[in-house]
Design a protein around this ligand. Structure first.
Ligand code: ADE
Length: 232
């Protein structure tokens, strides 16, 4: 029986999902509230992880251990790393890596977790395809892209920092939770996908744009998740 773990970092990223869920129980663990129930006719656990990589990794591991989820979806907002990817557009992850991991001295590539066996953690192809096709149905006004999500414990709002990330990692968008969720899912052999709606351009305009566009972007990503659920 399928059970989908759905992680959003901020309240805006999960509130719509919680509101529409038929809740069976709520469980408090690691200062996070896990809402277990049925969403769009599918068994699901919705949780707000809090912001940043450590929160996200803890959250994903709890979903695996305590709730035995069969799939993980990370929904939320992100900064664009490509000129053509605009505010409101959607990025569906092909894979995810940590842009703030640098253990090159140990003989690995920049971004690579030593001994992980891969540079970027690959997202599930079926979940990617579902997300892309649902997005094309639901979101006529915005483009959907499929590419690498890069994560770090940094809100990127400086053109030079952004350029550095772009040249090192070929990412499509930057955020603060996707890679640790991907890593936890990979280690637990649970298929995952990251879906992010663009709230800003991760440059000097991000401070202004993020508060303006974040709410709509978060809702757009969540509505896409709802569409996917019955089809997984
Ligand atoms: N989430 C949304 N925008 C972001 C940015 N510019 N940097 C990191 N995380 C983000």
């Amino acid at each position: 029986m399928k059970k989908i773990g759905i992680i959003g970092a901020m309240a805006q990223e999960v509130e719509r999902l919680k509101g529409e869920m038929e809740v069976f129980r709520t469980v408090s663990k690691a200062s996070m509230e896990f809402w277990e129930g049925a969403l769009c006719g599918t068994k699901a656990v919705v949780v707000q992880s809090g912001i940043g990589k450590v929160n996200a990794a803890i959250c994903a591991q709890i979903l695996c251990d305590l709730f035995e989820v069969t799939h993980i979806i990370n929904t939320g907002v992100a900064g664009s790393l490509k000129n053509e990817i605009d505010i409101g557009d959607i990025v569906v992850s092909t894979d995810a890596l940590h842009h703030d991991m640098d253990a090159q001295v140990l003989g690995v590539q920049i971004g690579e977790v030593p001994q992980a066996g891969c540079l970027a953690f690959p997202a599930d192809p079926h979940l990617q395809q579902l997300a892309i096709s649902c997005c094309k149905e639901v979101d006529a006004g915005h483009a959907v892209y499929q590419g690498r999500v890069v994560s770090g414990d940094q809100f990127i709002s400086d053109r030079r920092v952004k350029d550095n990330i772009v040249s090192n990692f070929q990412g499509f968008c930057v955020e603060m939770e996707g890679a640790p969720i991907a890593q936890a899912a990979y280690l637990n052999h649970v298929p995952f996908v990251i879906i992010r709606a663009i709230s800003d351009k991760a440059d000097d305009s991000a401070k202004m744009d993020f508060p303006i566009f974040e709410k709509d972007a978060a809702a757009r990503s969540a509505s896409l998740v709802e569409r996917m659920l019955p089809l997984i």
